[in-house]
Write a protein that binds this ligand. Structure first.
Ligand SMILES: Nc1nc2c(ncn2[C@@H]2O[C@H](COP(=O)(O)OP(=O)(O)O)[C@@H](O)[C@H]2O)c(=O)[nH]1
Ligand SMILES: [Mg+2]
Length: 463
């Protein structure tokens, strides 16, 4: 532990030295983290944000763009040589090409630098030329953030809490049956350990499909290059006083290795350096899955917020020193699934969720904001007379069969507390649309809903 802290200090000061030598120290860098569970909309959000910062015709809600003070926006090589580059060019080509489709889902961290040349405002405006602000945008899975909770838990604690939860979940039946057939005290046999870990991983995948959000350890779902390695070959086990070399002792050791070699480095190398954070939430998709999924999403949001609470854990306090995330934006994505007459309700819902999560997580620190957005608008609106009642619908190309269809997903409740209290939403429907073919005027980015407001919240004060 001590060693990793010292090593971290060394890396950071070397970083600074590099900056000084290249003169970059004088050009401010804002590091923006974008996270959310799988399919929340991170890739689409980052792609559309970059496209709309490069072509700012639809960014009137971003004051500096509206005032014409952004002189240029351009992509640059990112400063972190070991982090995969966010594949902006492929993603934007997928979204805006002749046959538009959603980008491939990504399963790991990636990063991109967008630099903005901005004319200053106020007193300095006449005295200074444009200055440069670098935005380092980092995309990382929300599942990884939830692993923070593991750092505080021993293998026994984690196992007990997890097994308790699994008793109530139908998705865990097969894993629990397999677990009963194991003797944690028996000598470790690697194939059996692998099979048990695989069954636990299957459970996590099932749980995600069923809409649960509490899916730690996060790398089991998104293993990347760690797939098949011992740090991912463990599972929760009932308590024992097992001897050395037993299944139980070895899994405990691997659990500790996961914390030390997977979770801690992520927080040290990435999380600790973030200045501003976007948390994307597929609120509409979760509503569709029902009250239990909503309750689980509330808990997950609180867990996410607590990761940003100064002093949440001794580990983070030591890591961050006095540093902290300055702003956190929670955005309900895919708002284009609703007619705009319902957007205010979606906004109230995400606001209420964040407020409640702040209270639960006893969060104080960063400025938080909540918005309902669509990073890429895939629908148009349509009003239809339905037996004397006007139905406010959205129309788009369906993902499943490529046909055009108009949809009325149901009404969101006026009072978000009903949803938060776990009342069902009746027949609220989820939809999946394909991105619509678009012809963009020169200077316009892809169509979106309130992406400009999101950008204003995140970076407006620094432009
Ligand atoms: N209609 C609509 N669908 C979206 C939007 N953003 C994301 N999606 C859908 O959500 C899926 C997952 O988005 P993606 O950005 O890949 O999520 P990630 O896993 O968080 O990176 C996409 O394939 C789309 O089907 C949006 O702005 N509008
Ligand atoms: Mg992605």
């Amino acid at each position: 532990m001590v060693i990793s802290t010292i090593a971290d200090g060394v890396v950071r000061s070397a970083d600074r030295l590099g900056d000084l030598v290249t003169g970059r120290a004088f050009e401010p860098v804002l590091r923006i983290g974008v996270t959310g569970l799988a399919r929340a909309g991170k890739t689409v959000f980052i792609t559309s944000l970059i496209a709309n910062l490069i072509d700012r015709g639809r960014m009137s809600g971003l004051a500096a763009a509206q005032e014409g003070r952004i002189v240029a926006a351009y992509l640059q090589p990112q400063p972190d040589d070991t982090v995969p580059r966010f594949d902006y060019e492929s993603h934007i080509a997928a979204l805006t090409g002749a046959n538009p489709h959603w980008p491939e889902s990504t399963r790991t961290i990636s990063e991109l630098r967008l630099s903005l040349k901005v004319r200053p405002t106020g007193l300095l405006a006449g005295l200074q030329g444009p200055r440069t602000l670098h935005l380092d945008i980092v995309d990382y899975p929300g599942e990884w953030l939830l692993d923070l909770g593991l750092l505080e838990k021993s293998f026994a604690d984690w196992s007990a809490a997890t097994l308790k939860k699994l008793q109530t979940r139908p998705e865990a039946t097969a894993f629990l049956a397999q677990l009963r057939a194991e003797d944690p005290d028996a000598k470790l046999e690697e194939p059996r350990a692998q099979a048990l870990a695989a069954a636990f991983t299957d459970y996590l995948h099932e749980a995600r499909r069923a809409g649960w959000s509490d899916l730690a350890p996060g790398r089991f779902l998104l293993p990347g290059e760690l797939a098949g390695s011992p740090v991912l070959t463990f599972a929760p086990l009932p308590p024992t006083q097992a001897p050395r070399g037993s299944l139980s002792r070895e899994m405990e050791r691997r659990f500790e290795a996961y914390k030390a070699q997977v979770v801690q480095p992520f927080f040290r190398d990435h999380f600790a350096r973030i200045d501003r954070q976007v948390v994307l939430v597929d609120v509409l998709g979760t509503l569709h899955r029902g009250p239990e999924a909503v309750a689980d999403m509330r808990a997950t949001l609180a867990e996410t917020l607590s990761a940003f609470r100064p002093g949440r854990t001794a580990f983070l306090t030591r890591l961050l020193g006095g540093r902290r995330v300055e702003k956190i934006l929670f955005a309900a994505t895919k708002a284009d699934h609703l007619h705009h007459s319902q957007h205010a309700r979606l906004t109230h819902l995400i606001e209420a969720l964040v407020k409640q999560a702040s209270e639960r997580a006893r969060f104080a620190g960063a400025e938080t904001g909540a918005l309902a957005i669509a990073a890429l608008r895939a629908t148009t609106e349509e009003e239809r007379d339905h037996g004397g009642e006007v139905l406010k619908m959205v129309r788009g190309r369906l993902l499943k069969d490529d046909k055009q269809a108009a949809f009325y997903p149901g009404d969101l409740p006026e009072d978000p507390s009903h949803v938060l209290a776990g009342e069902g939403l009746g027949d609220f429907q989820a939809m999946a649309f394909a991105p619509a073919p678009m012809t963009l005027r020169p200077g316009d980015g892809p169509p979106h809903i309130r992406l400009d407001r999101a950008a204003q919240f995140l970076i407006g004060d620094r432009l």
